[in-house]
Write a protein that binds this ligand. Structure first.
Ligand code: SF4
Ligand code: SF4
Length: 475
């Protein structure tokens, strides 16, 4: 870790800490653009759930939170859906508020009942919520939003993700919510879930980004500036806490267990960013030492500050967008126009096994990332599958790959990533963009083995199945 001794943590933050806690992978929704492997089924043979309270009881977690020595703590709780645990979550929030040092921001879809939190000082619980049109109607979401606000919770941010299926709703929803006083913004969709390879941004999407996204966040998520080696204060006063009790200095350092090993020692100076790109959470990017695009002094970035920034920005837009925000959108536009070729996350090379170009118009493979053509999973799990699909006909490329599990369609992929080994195997440059991948939800299935089929469809409407795969449902 490179330390930047010339940038000691400012004195006003010596008694402050940020904690980011991914407490659960449970969720009652199944958004296609979700990057979290939500929906792990409870099963006696699975062992512990991917939930903090399955690893340690809530009382022990509250003891662990007492061990943070700082007196001013900004705690982000995210998932999955943290409010799903109606028994333990109210106890956790009540305990943290009684401690008096925590200001809490929870990421939530609002599908819960505020009556479960009667008796808690909800004004100290700030909700960062997103409307997911594929999972609930706007009238229902709106009803919950108002009910939860009326119950006393603070709504620090209300958003819509600009995924293809949300574009028709985004403008009207955001406009209405803003007119009702909610701090709103639109989040550009990140490559995740079903859209792992999607790079394109349609004109409609770009228009919505310009009008509804917060410029600094959009700049980081869309242009992904290189942060490696930059001096950054975030690790000097931040921890990352994991659902199994793991804890590390935020974004750097080895993980240890908070229950058995205690807390890691924070560096207390800015350090060199070890990552090519910052993950881009609002508080993280605002800790980069020299970030002229932000230009404000370092702060803990409590939820109220985040809300204030959004509200000020939205107000300033009404009198004309400010020059530095305009400049950020110009850089974003320039970046989107250049459309860089995405780099694949993983490459498995079965193409070399094929001699010559197969006669069927579409051909390809499902990757055997675990070395076997059977994968094990639980009913309704979310699994990742990748492969490549090509067309034997030059000028008739593959346009989509549809995935079926036991004849139920589970994904349709229209965006592809480069697979140079396919080019090498068939000596055809036009096959570079043949990789596909998706994180998708399995249907409800009984124990047993089921076929996974990938069907490739060419621009000319010809289709063919890739060599099949199987999933073994354990429970
Ligand atoms: S995006 Fe949020 S609400 Fe949707 S499935 Fe993921 S965690 Fe749940
Ligand atoms: S730039 Fe982002 S990833 Fe890098 S050290 Fe700072 S907060 Fe961490």
């Amino acid at each position: 870790m490179t330390s930047f001794e010339q940038y000691p943590l400012p004195a006003h933050l010596h008694d402050s800490a940020r904690i980011y806690w991914m407490m659960s992978e449970w969720c009652n929704y199944s958004c296609e653009y979700c990057g979290v492997p939500v929906f792990f089924k409870k099963s006696a043979i699975r062992g512990r759930q991917r939930h903090a309270f399955d690893h340690y009881p809530v009382g022990q977690w509250l003891e662990a939170f007492k061990s943070f020595p700082q007196n001013d703590i900004s705690l982000v709780i995210t998932g999955g859906e943290p409010f799903l645990d109606r028994k333990n979550f109210p106890v956790l929030l009540a305990g943290l508020l009684a401690d008096g040092r925590f200001r809490i921001r929870v990421y939530t879809n609002l599908s819960w009942n505020p009556a479960d939190y009667d008796g808690i000082d909800k004004s100290q619980i700030h909700l960062n919520t997103t409307f997911h049109p594929s999972q609930t109607s706007f009238p229902e979401y709106h009803r919950r939003l108002k009910k939860i606000r009326d119950a006393g919770f603070s709504l620090s941010h209300v958003g819509v993700i600009l995924a293809p299926e949300n574009l028709d709703f985004a403008e009207s929803v955001l406009t209405q919510l803003e007119s009702e006083g909610f701090p709103i913004s639109a989040g550009p969709m990140m490559p995740a879930g079903r859209y792992m390879n999607r790079q394109e941004r349609t004109e409609r999407e770009r228009d919505l980004i310009r009008r509804f996204s917060y410029p600094l966040s959009a700049f980081f998520s869309l242009t992904r500036p290189v942060t490696k080696g930059l001096a950054c204060y975030h690790p000097a006063f931040s921890y990352r806490l994991h659902l199994d009790g793991g804890v590390n200095i935020a974004c750097i350092g080895a993980r240890q267990n908070i229950f058995t090993d205690g807390l890691p020692e924070l560096p207390r100076t800015a350090v060199g960013c070890p990552h090519e790109h910052c993950e881009g959470c609002p508080e993280m990017i605002r800790a980069i030492v020299n970030l002229p695009e932000y230009g404000k002094p370092l702060s803990i970035f409590h939820p109220q500050e985040a809300t204030r920034e959004i509200v000020e920005y939205r107000t300033s837009r009404r009198s004309g967008i400010l020059p530095h925000d305009q400049e950020l959108f110009r850089i974003i536009e320039e970046h989107l126009d250049s459309r860089p070729v995405p780099v694949p996350d993983s490459v498995f090379i079965p193409a070399a096994d094929i001699e010559g170009v197969p006669q069927a118009p579409p051909f390809g493979f499902i990757d055997k990332l675990a070395g076997s053509d059977v994968i094990e999973a639980f009913s309704r799990d979310r699994i990742h599958l990748s492969g490549w699909a090509a067309s034997s006909r030059i000028g008739e490329p593959v346009r989509s790959v549809k995935l079926f599990v036991n004849e139920t369609q589970v994904a349709s992929i229209e965006s592809f990533y480069p697979r140079p080994e396919v080019v090498d195997a068939f000596h055809r440059e036009d096959l570079l963009q043949s990789g596909w991948q998706a994180l998708f939800y399995l249907p409800t299935l009984e124990r047993g083995e089921y076929p996974i089929t990938a069907m490739a469809i060419t621009a000319g409407g010809n289709s063919g199945n890739l060599p099949s795969f199987r999933v073994r449902i354990l429970d």
